[in-house]
Design a protein around this ligand. Structure first.
Ligand code: ADP
Length: 195
């Protein structure tokens, strides 16, 4: 049985940073749709060029595109110990598609860990990341605000979807990286015991 978890939260909530630490500790496979899309862009693939138009505006990439990418990885990694989903699912349609993909292989999501961070802190972190990340969507405040708006309009509902199945655990996403990591590990360990 795989142990699959979703790390959830608005842009800038620390999903990428915490994901790296979690996959190392638990031997999970990191699936970040943002990283996968940026890899497509740097290869200048057709998919990448299409996705870039949306990403540069702070908008979500169409569901079919990201669902297709995730489907490929799941089908090619049937022996993985488990996956850490980072930045996916981001819409109700993506959540439905993920459930179907996992069901086909008799797998499911064990838990969604939802990082809680205030909006002022998010904007501050993203602008700071923009100084060094080379990500064009981080150094423009308009684009950052558009991403946060997309999060409220389309992504926040994904937490309700998993809440219905009693799978959401909120974790405070402000404080030191280590303290947040320890809080996340505590919740993962609780779930692993009963999984
Ligand atoms: P952040 O969490 O800081 O916004 P990501 O790297 O997760 O950074 O995403 C960057 C951009 O990639 C998003 O603004 C969006 O345009 C696109 N993207 C990433 N994941 C998805 C997804 N699951 N569905 C649609 N678009 C996505």
């Amino acid at each position: 049985m795989m142990f699959n978890l979703i790390l959830f939260g608005p842009p800038g909530s620390g999903k990428g940073t915490q994901s790296e630490k979690i996959i190392t500790k638990y031997g999970l496979r990191h699936l970040s749709t943002g990283d996968m899309l940026r890899a497509e862009i740097s290869e200048q693939s057709r998919l990448g060029m299409e996705a870039k138009k949306f990403m540069d505006k702070g908008q979500l990439v169409p569901d079919e595109v990201v669902i297709g990418m995730i489907g490929n990885v799941l089908n090619n990694n049937k022996n993985a110990k488990g996956f850490l989903f980072d930045g996916f699912p981001r819409t109700a349609a993506q959540a439905n598609a993920l459930d179907e993909l996992l069901n086909e292989n008799n797998q499911s999501i064990a838990v969604m860990l939802a990082l809680q961070v205030s909006e002022a802190e998010l904007v501050k972190r993203l602008l700071k990341r923009g100084e060094t990340s080379g990500r064009s969507d981080d150094n423009n405040e308009q684009v950052i605000l558009a991403r946060i708006k997309e999060y409220h309009n389309k992504t926040a509902a994904v937490a309700d979807y998993y809440q219905k199945h009693d799978k959401v655990v909120m974790v405070k996403g402000e404080g030191s990286v280590e303290d947040i990591f320890n809080a996340l590990c505590l919740e993962i360990d609780k779930k692993k015991e009963i999984f």
